[in-house]
Ligand binder design. Sequence first.
Ligand SMILES: Nc1ncnc2c1ncn2[C@@H]1O[C@H](COP(=O)(O)OP(=O)(O)OP(=O)(O)O)[C@@H](O)[C@H]1O
Ligand SMILES: [Mg+2]
Length: 277
Amino acid sequence: MKNPNTVIVQLENISKTFRTRTSFLTGASKEVVALNRVSFEIFKGEIFGLVGESGSGKTTIGRLMVKLETPDSGKLWVDGNDIAHIKGRKLKNFRRKVQMIFQDPYQSLNPYLSVFDSVSEPLVVHNVGDSKTRRDRVRQSLHAVGLSPPDDLFYRYPHQMSGGQRQRIAIARAMVLEPEFVVADEPTSMLDASIAIHIFNILSDLRKKFKVTFLFITHSLAAARYLCDRIAVIYKGEIVETGPAEDIIQNPQHPYTQALIKAHPRFRHAIKRDITR
Ligand SMILES: Nc1ncnc2c1ncn2[C@@H]1O[C@H](COP(=O)(O)OP(=O)(O)OP(=O)(O)O)[C@@H](O)[C@H]1O
Ligand SMILES: [Mg+2]
């Protein structure tokens, strides 16, 4: 792989096809090529945007990176590990260092766990600290996502909070182990625009404070431009363009990217209001 001091994630010709049963009786099945020879890398400390329309393969890439899915072919390195061959103690360490934030916070939060239990659970699983240290870490993590004074929130349940608060709890849970790399899969698509910007600013602060690297998945070029250093544009399972966010917006090379920008009136003067469209 490339220099592990500067590169945290590297994909080389990653392909993935899903097979789904279409008939219970005949056992007939259908194949969907989700990813076709995808290659790019993410540098340490950056917020890297993966932009594309629905069904283009964004979530599949995110799930591969956190090892919730395995590629059919190609090479994938994350945080110095070849993901295909990681087992045992190394895998446990990997699970600690690499986290994912989902589009729907209910996917990361157990509705039966209080805020404190949800955010402290990763510490318990990885055997980090005694109960006092855990309390402090939970408090710090909630504070880092702008939820303070956090003690009021400790014993609330997900359904007793707003969507924006729930997503912040999910982010706090992802951050409590101080990961190196976090996949944020459309973390604001269920929230309204003002809260989305608030969440973007939280991610940006977390990157600065904890030196964590983010893959930010979005269907919105405007959101990617607001938050990301570099962007990859994905179209039907293939990366069509990669580069610094501003270069891609100002000088798109691929017809699909050009179409995305054209579909976005006033894009060149992107205003915050556009971000969650
Ligand atoms: N577990 C699965 N089984 C079968 N097909 C799948 C599975 N997961 C994804 N797919 C298919 O793979 C393709 C890519 O899906 P993916 O979820 O990665 O897209 P996406 O870019 O995240 O879309 P969205 O923006 O709607 O979330 C789609 O055609 C999808 O139907
Ligand atoms: Mg998705």
